[in-house]
Design a protein. Structure first.
Length: 327
């Protein structure tokens, strides 16, 4: 029933529609602080269902066939953003078991021991030995007036730690980039947690993904919001990330994912132009929807799979297929 519904909505040929899924992490076990985060067991079941119900293609092939009007029915692509080490350690063996391919968009500045600011906050709170954390009292007033307004954050339970993380990320999000990193580091010091340096992939793991037949795509160097950079900085972020990946995998990198990825907010038409000029052939956003033959190939929409039941996920995917891509 679901398969025929999907077949009806996800036709092939000139009127073909392409569903592209976004993942970030695939944890080895469920996370008590973020119970909705994807983990190995859920990913295994999801991959088994995807392999049965869809024609899963490499994104570059699918996007080329979409433009030519020769997409197969129920076409779907799997993508991962940012470059987490669990993509290699946990997701790759599962994908291979089910004969699936995926594209991994890697921000090169975090390879080999780096950490994104949001993960610094998450891990500081998760691993803190303290019962409460006081962001109002951070050294040197890090975080500015917004952090000062926060009272001490209790850390006594998983739910409390989750609430503390949400509050800290809420403050950090609105700080300028340099202050945001400084704020995350000040919280990390105040938390007295030992932070991991193996959350993101090492260079060798990127190479291993490629050798296993997966596709590597560009995602800038430092994961900035492109719309907040000047043109030269944006160009540099887009081009350097591509060059680093190409020298690693010794192959052209033709796919790009915009950091954060909301059109008109996180990136602007001029950034799509820079991506094209850098030599990318296709780019993906985080706007919902399914791409059709007329969708701008530098604005292919994507879809986040978060439902626990395949039935609900299938229904949401059908609804997404009916959403026209916003240009
Ligand atoms: Zn990202």
């Amino acid at each position: 029933m679901m398969k025929s519904l999907l077949g009806l909505m996800a036709r092939g040929g000139p009127r073909g529609r392409l569903s592209i899924l976004i993942f970030h992490r695939v944890l080895p076990q469920p996370d008590p602080i973020f119970p909705d985060e994807m983990h190995a067991q859920r990913f295994e079941a999801l991959c088994a269902w995807l392999a049965r119900s869809f024609c899963v293609l490499p994104l570059d092939q699918a996007a080329a066939r979409l433009c030519e009007g020769s997409l197969p029915a129920r076409a779907l692509c799997i993508t991962f953003d940012d470059g987490y080490a669990d993509n290699h350690d946990v997701a790759l063996p599962i994908l291979r078991r089910h004969g699936l391919c995926a594209t991994f968009f890697v921000a090169t500045g975090f390879l080999d021991g780096g950490r994104m600011w949001n993960d610094t906050l998450v891990e500081a709170v998760r691993r803190s030995p303290l019962d409460s954390l006081d962001p109002g009292g951070l050294e040197g007033g890090s975080g500015g007036p917004e952090a000062k307004k926060l009272s001490a954050l209790p850390l006594a339970s998983d739910a409390a730690r989750r609430a503390a993380i949400d509050q800290l990320i809420g403050v950090a999000k609105y700080l300028p980039l340099a202050d945001r990193v400084g704020f995350a580091e000040a919280v990390a010091r105040a938390s007295r947690a030992r932070l991991p340096d193996d959350l993101m992939m090492r260079s060798a793991q990127v190479v291993a993904l490629r050798r296993a037949g997966m596709t590597i795509g560009g995602h800038t160097v430092n994961h900035p919001i492109l719309a907040r950079l000047d043109r030269a900085q944006a160009r540099q972020e887009i081009e350097s990330g591509k060059a680093v990946l190409e020298s690693l995998i010794q192959d052209p990198v033709t796919l790009f994912a915009y950091p954060n990825g909301k059109p008109g907010r996180d990136f602007l038409p001029e950034h799509a132009e820079l991506v094209r000029e850098a030599g990318f052939k296709f780019a993906v956003t985080t706007a919902p929807g399914a791409a059709g033959a007329l969708t701008d190939r530098f604005r292919l929409p994507r879809f986040t799979p978060w439902d626990r039941s395949h039935w609900r996920f299938g229904l949401r995917l059908v609804r997404n297929l009916g959403t026209p891509a916003t240009a």
